[in-house]
Design a protein around this ligand. Sequence first.
Ligand SMILES: [Zn+2]
Ligand SMILES: [Zn+2]
Length: 149
Amino acid sequence: MTHPPFARCKTCKRSLDWSEDRGWDHPALALRLDPSIRHHHPEPEFVSESNPTTVAVCDFCSATDRINWRYPCKDFGDEAHGWGSAGGWAACDNCHSYIEADMWTTIERRARRGREVVWPLIGASIRGMWAEFRRNRTGPAHFTGRETR
Ligand SMILES: [Zn+2]
Ligand SMILES: [Zn+2]
């Protein structure tokens, strides 16, 4: 089955993950961070490779600009218990730099911005997702953005 490499949800503009069995779906991490996403079906809007800058949300800090990197990652998690990850993880320029430098406290500081109230509830599971990401990552990040230099 062929499909364009990137799609985002028409409704919430988040980048979608592809899997053979489920097709395009909201990334598990996004569903965890914002359970209200479950209230709509992911409707893919395909982003051409010639215009990848419209791809959407950083899977680490939820930034919506300069999402220029994608980390290959094995699927992991426990579908029955509603957590896990399918497909690669998108990263913004900043998170990419911090991931490369292994600066996870800085990534956490970015990720909790605007979520201070719920962070005590979700922080531990998000750190757990990142630990699984580090274990399941299969290679270096691919640059998916537009070359600027
Ligand atoms: Zn959506
Ligand atoms: Zn980020």
